[in-house]
Design a protein around this ligand. Structure first.
Ligand SMILES: [Zn+2]
Length: 106
């Protein structure tokens, strides 16, 4: 299975046999911008970690809270309530996620 990546800066799409976490260079080879994994799509929390908006520990904390909830809130809402993320970073990650999911239909 091939993993698909996209540069957030210039839009360069690349493929690899290994997921992003095993990539030696997580930046775009063309412009040096941040690269995200678009296939399989990253989850919102992973995008936020990747954008340095939250840490992996903070994500784990939010995921643990989400698991304990009777009615599941989105991870974005939980992070906002815990004040681990601000609205601007969350919007940015949601926009990336929308583009990521939309990109699969092309
Ligand atoms: Zn680039």
């Amino acid at each position: 299975m091939a993993y698909k990546f996209k540069c957030l800066n210039c839009g360069e799409v690349t493929y690899s046999a290994a997921p992003l976490e095993y990539q030696k260079n997580k930046n775009c080879q063309r412009c040096g911008g941040k690269v995200i994994q678009i296939y399989p799509p990253m989850r919102l929390g992973e995008i936020l970690v990747h954008l340095d908006a939250i840490t992996q520990d903070e994500l784990n904390e939010a995921l643990a809270i989400q698991k304990r909830m009777l009615t599941r809130a989105t991870i974005g809402k939980i992070l906002l309530r815990l004040q681990l993320v601000n609205q601007i970073d969350l919007e940015k990650a949601l926009k990336i996620q929308r583009e990521m999911l939309g990109g699969l239909t092309h």
